[in-house]
Design a protein around this ligand. Structure first.
Ligand code: ATP
Ligand code: FE
Length: 356
């Protein structure tokens, strides 16, 4: 199967072509038009600007992806598109483009949940069997997903407030670092002292796999203000120490909660157990390193996608579409763009602690 994927749910307009069957595919092309420079002056993604940019660029992006794969639209078996969750203006641009292409070329249309795209990334990059444990950590989400199939996710737990990506971005903003904050904070943390500030590790005292990141942000703000009041401003070292201490708290919390989620996952008796991470925050090297050690301690395989497949891309959307299409699922022209779309919407929560 050859699938065209289109992604436009946040601030990356992306198109990609993948070819293969579920569990064994390769990426023929993956084009991403980022919008960082459009939002740089605003300290975050401005939905209206994002929507306009997606609408202006999505067709060129698709054309470029087809060109790079040396294919024509007539060569694809189906058109997959992110139908949510995300900024609605952007999602609409992608869905309208996909509908137009599907109608024009007479191709099947497959709506994809953006989070499923992230969560299925381990099967795009490696031959991984279900079930696996997915830690999805991104700009807007943080959840442990027991992944049993392309549409079969049970949420074992997740954040009760902010997502880690949001926390990284806010930290960067508070310290005058550029957006997206994750890479900037990671770079500063590399030459900082992670033990100088003792930031909270929220919810570790409570059972279950739920997480919280909003208190961390407040603690960071207080620590910053205390230094500013005391010394009149932040030195480079202060900034690096704040970043390192913040990152250490995120890593500790994720590691402890992942260990708990692993216990629940291993109770499923998977034949070849796998812990996988995905989402933009999975690009963080400190998080990857800690989870790798944790997995080694549990004697299970650890998978983290290459950095370009952690943050938003259309290859993951094409792949999730491929799994749906191969299973006989597709959509028609009534496919709706959805701002909110929880992955486990139709599934019973496995545990009380996972419910929100
Ligand atoms: P969602 O997938 O939840 O809808 P999104 O699509 O906006 O949100 P992604 O593109 O998956 O999110 O991830 C973007 C986030 O990843 C940003 O918050 C960014 O700061 C964060 N991020 C990127 N690289 C790193 C890194 N090295 N360390 C920490 N965070 C990072
Ligand atoms: Fe994303």
């Amino acid at each position: 199967l050859t699938i065209l994927g289109i992604e436009s749910s946040c601030d990356d307009t992306a198109a990609a072509l993948v070819r293969g069957v579920p569990g064994t595919v390769h990426i023929l092309s993956s084009v991403i038009y980022g919008q960082a420079e459009l939002h740089a002056d605003f300290g975050g993604v401005v939905p209206e600007i994002a929507a306009r940019a997606h609408a202006e660029r999505v067709d060129t992006c698709v054309k470029e992806a087809l060109f790079q794969a040396d294919l024509a639209l007539s060569d694809v078996d189906a058109i997959a598109v992110t139908a949510g969750p995300g900024l609605i203006g952007g999602v609409l641009s992608g869905v309208m483009c996909a509908k137009g292409l599907a109608a024009g070329a007479g191709k099947p249309l497959v709506g994809v949940n953006h989070l499923a795209g992230h969560a299925l990334t381990p099967r795009l990059t490696d031959e991984i069997a279900y079930p696996y444990l997915m830690l999805l950590v991104s700009g807007g989400h943080c959840q442990f997903l027991l992944t049993r199939g392309h549409g079969d996710f049970s949420r074992l737990g997740g954040t009760i407030d902010d997502a880690p990506g949001e926390a990284f971005d806010k930290t960067a903003r508070l310290l005058g670092l550029p957006q997206p904050g994750g890479p900037a904070v990671q770079a500063e943390a590399a030459h900082g002292n992670p033990t100088r500030f003792r930031f909270p590790r929220p919810l570790l005292d409570r059972p279950g796999c739920d997480l919280s990141f909003s208190g961390l942000k407040t603690a960071l703000l207080r620590a910053r203000d205390a230094i500013v009041t005391d010394k009149g401003g932040l030195t480079r070292q202060d900034r690096a120490d704040l970043c390192a201490s913040f990152q250490a708290a995120v890593v500790d919390v994720l590691a402890e909660k992942t260990a708990r989620a692993l216990t629940l996952y291993l109770a499923e008796n998977p034949a070849s157990p796998v812990l996988a991470v995905a989402g933009g925050v999975a690009a963080n090297s400190a998080i990857r390193a800690r989870l790798e050690t944790l997995s080694a301690d549990h004697a299970i395989r650890f998978l983290a996608p290459p950095l370009a497949l952690c943050t938003d891309n259309a290859a993951m959307i094409a792949y999730a579409g491929l799994e749906r299409f191969a299973a006989g699922e597709q959509d028609d022209m009534t496919l709706a763009a959805r701002p909110r779309w929880p992955l486990d919407a139709n599934l019973p929560a496995l545990l009380g602690s996972g419910k929100k």
